[in-house]
Design a protein around this ligand. Structure first.
Ligand code: ADP
Ligand code: MG
Length: 312
């Protein structure tokens, strides 16, 4: 038990685990205690990162810590929630304290960037797995749901896609000439400001974790609408294009892990959105019907499968 005690110390003594603000009691008791204001709902989401499944074996602790928290906080952004706190469930094959300190430094960087303090967790022995549960708050009834898309709305994405898939190609080749891709994969930026801005605007939102077309399919199904996406309007990350002008457009449509938000809006809100979030792009529209329809510049349907797409 001695080494687990050591592990708890690493996290308990970290700057980002201090009580304060809404955190009444942090690490050290049987539960953390969090204050939630009247009129707010709690948004909760869990993500696990398992070695060899979600990240390459031997990954750098700092980068992993950043990414583990970023992908979890992205779910709060997609609901329009404001981060409150997170807990950390660690399964570790051995107690490598140096590596854990690096993991903790990475978690701290993202915790400070997103305003999400650590308030507790659990530590067990087993295959390397990093489980993060994030909690956030949203005013009663104002969370952004996947089911909120309405025919007549525009479909938007918060920024360029394809970088994370491109990064995985580069990482496999051991190539380090694409710092923007590296950053996109290891420290995606949760779109918290945008998520909160979208509250009360009558649309739907989700974050792109599986790929634009796959995730748009989830929104279409939950909303009972058809989403029409214009292929030429989908923003492709410039460094992904630099890596492969041929393949980058497909990475942007089908690759996952970018953690941009996909959302819907009525046209009247578009100018205000663009003024505040210039990276956001309108990529299509919400129609009656079902599923996702990808069209080319002439409005002709483009066939695609989960793995890729082809022209008719
Ligand atoms: P219990 O057996 O009562 O669950 P633990 O010994 O598992 O208590 O944990 C003691 C304290 O340390 C708790 O406050 C718990 O939240 C915290 N803790 C344990 N592991 C971690 C971890 N990996 N990260 C952050 N806090 C942790
Ligand atoms: Mg415990």
């Amino acid at each position: 038990m001695h080494e687990f005690e050591l592990i708890r110390q690493v996290f308990r003594e970290a700057d980002y685990a201090r009580p304060g603000g809404a955190v009444v009691r942090s690490i050290g008791d049987d539960c953390a205690l969090l204050h939630i204001a009247v009129g707010e709902q709690l948004a909760v989401s869990t993500d696990s990162l398992l070695e060899d499944v979600h990240f390459p074996a031997g990954a750098d602790g700092f980068l992993l810590g950043q990414r583990a928290l970023a992908v979890a906080v992205s779910d709060l952004a997609a609901m329009g929630a404001r981060p409150l706190a997170f807990t950390l469930a660690l399964s570790l094959p051995r107690a490598d304290v140096d590596w854990l300190r690096e993991l903790s430094r990475g978690l701290q960087a993202m915790a400070q960037q997103t305003g999400t303090p650590l308030v507790g967790g659990d530590t067990t022995r087993g295959p390397l797995n990093i489980g993060v549960t994030v909690m956030g708050t949203v005013p009663d009834g104002q969370a952004l749901l996947r089911s909120g898309a309405k025919p007549g709305q525009q479909l938007w994405v918060s920024g360029p896609l394809g970088a994370a898939t491109a990064a995985l190609q580069v990482l496999q080749d051991g190539d380090n000439d694409y710092p923007g891709l590296f950053a996109a994969y290891w420290s995606p930026r949760p779109q918290l400001e945008l998520g909160q801005w979208l509250r009360g605007k009558d649309g739907a939102a989700l974050d792109v974790s599986d790929g634009l077309l796959a995730d748009a399919g989830h929104m279409a199904a939950e909303s009972g609408v058809r989403l029409v996406i214009e292929r030429e309007l989908v923003p492709v990350h410039p460094e992904a294009l630099a890596l492969s002008a041929d393949r980058a457009p497909e990475w942007a449509l089908c690759g996952g892990d970018d953690y941009q938000l996909v959302f819907t809006l009525f046209e009247q809100q578009a100018a205000a959105l663009q003024a505040q979030f210039p990276q956001a792009c309108c990529i299509g529209r919400v129609c009656e019907g079902q599923g996702v329809l990808l069209v080319d510049g002439q409005g002709r349907p483009v066939e695609f499968s989960r793995r890729g797409y082809q022209h008719f």
